[in-house]
Design a protein around this ligand. Structure first.
Ligand SMILES: O=c1ccn([C@@H]2O[C@H](COP(=O)(O)OP(=O)(O)O[C@H]3O[C@H](CO)[C@H](O)[C@H](O)[C@H]3O)[C@@H](O)[C@H]2O)c(=O)[nH]1
Length: 350
């Protein structure tokens, strides 16, 4: 099957592309490289461009009329950034998706998987959520995901498009074959910061110790990115069976492990795997942060035949292995940072 992956040069999109390749499918990547990496597309079908650019998307779809489904992972994803740059986030995540879907419809695309997020839930006191839990996004990033889910549901209701929103919990790890992984030298997510702290010797900041969790630190459901990628594969293989003729044309499925882990528990699990443990310091809550959530849903199993198979230790081990590989594969040159900044500026000026 030929599958268009928007954002296929980013962390999750590139892993999905590897998973599809390993299963004998053909990913076609479109990515504007604002945060994605060209190196992740070597040897793959790759079109550089923005999903908001009709000419680029038209070109790709005309060039590959045999594309059977689209996976849309292209987005800006850093929560505190979204608080300070909401216009950029709405433009990149909402406005660009609308333009993209307009072209997908024009070319008769009927199957779309959207990278959504568990951050759109309003969890109850036990922090466990399923797909029927109340939705209330607590920061601009999460708002963009919620808005797009609703937008896609409305569009699907009156078009041949069927949409599966996959609500990711917190992806960790890397492709176990180390072809790709988190691309930023200093990622903002907790495990990335832990790896960074381990490499530099700078203590890891515990950002918030007064959350309503068992030890006061934020709780998340950390799911291995390779497991996430496998969920996309299963979803693509079963896509047409997910939708009945007269049922809803948009459906959402949680992708998590079902286990909540606090930041202090994550630090302990990390330190159990390294020779020289990371020190921690207390720090204030981050803008837009939340207590977190974990999934209690079986829907991914029932609908996709998928459940997470890799544990937290595997995710940490693969993150550590990737950070060493990353230094070789994606050396950080000051010129890269400059080019990255210029691309980001061009994208936000559009
Ligand atoms: O240096 C850090 C970084 C994070 N945390 C804590 O670790 C927990 C998890 O934080 P992450 O940033 O790893 O996870 P989030 O769920 O807050 O955000 C992640 O998931 C989001 C979607 O839900 C976005 O994708 C975002 O970019 C990604 O980092 C939170 O309690 C946070 O306060 C720390 O203690 N120290």
């Amino acid at each position: 099957m030929k599958v268009l992956i928007a954002g296929g040069a980013g962390f999750i999109g590139s892993t999905v592309a590897s998973r599809l390749l390993d299963a004998g499918h053909t990913p076609v990547v479109i990515d504007n490289l604002v945060t994605g990496r060209r190196e992740f597309c070597y040897g793959r079908i790759f079109h550089e461009g923005d999903v908001a650019d009709a000419a680029t998307v038209d070109h790709v779809l005309r060039h590959h009329p045999d594309i059977e489904a689209v996976v849309h992972c292209a987005a800006l994803i850093v929560v505190p950034d979204s608080v300070s740059r909401p216009v950029d986030y709405y433009r990149a995540n909402v406005a660009a998706t609308l333009e993209f879907v307009d072209r997908l419809l024009a070319h008769g695309v009927r199957r779309l998987i959207f990278s959504s997020s568990a951050s759109i839930y309003e969890p109850g006191p036990d922090l466990a959520v399923d797909e029927a839990s109340p939705l209330r996004a607590g920061n601009p990033y999460a708002h963009t995901k919620l808005v797009v889910e609703r937008m896609l549901a409305d569009i699907a209701a009156s078009s041949p498009l069927r949409v599966l929103s996959l609500r990711y919990f917190n992806p960790i790890g890397a492709d176990p074959a180390l072809r790709t992984g988190p691309q930023l030298p200093t990622p903002s997510h907790a495990l990335g910061r832990l790896v960074h702290a381990h490499r530099t010797g700078v203590p890891f900041p515990l950002t918030g110790l007064d959350w309503p969790t068992r030890d006061g630190t934020g709780l998340r459901d950390y799911v291995h990115v390779w497991d996430l990628a496998t969920a996309h594969l299963r979803a693509l293989e079963r896509f047409d069976r997910l939708f009945t003729a007269d049922g809803p044309r948009h459906t959402a499925v949680n992708l998590g492990t079902g286990t909540g882990t606090t930041v202090l528990e994550l630090v302990s699990a990390f330190n159990a795997l390294v020779d020289d443990p990371v020190a921690v310091v207390e720090a204030p809550r981050r803008p837009g942060d939340s207590a977190g959530a974990y999934t209690r849903s079986r829907l991914a199993w029932d609908l996709l035949g998928w459940r997470a198979e890799r544990d937290l230790a595997a995710g940490i081990a693969d993150s550590l292995a990737w950070s060493r590989r990353r230094e070789l594969l994606l050396p950080d040159h000051p010129a890269d940072d400059l080019r990255q900044a210029e691309r980001a500026q061009r994208a936000s000026a559009r």
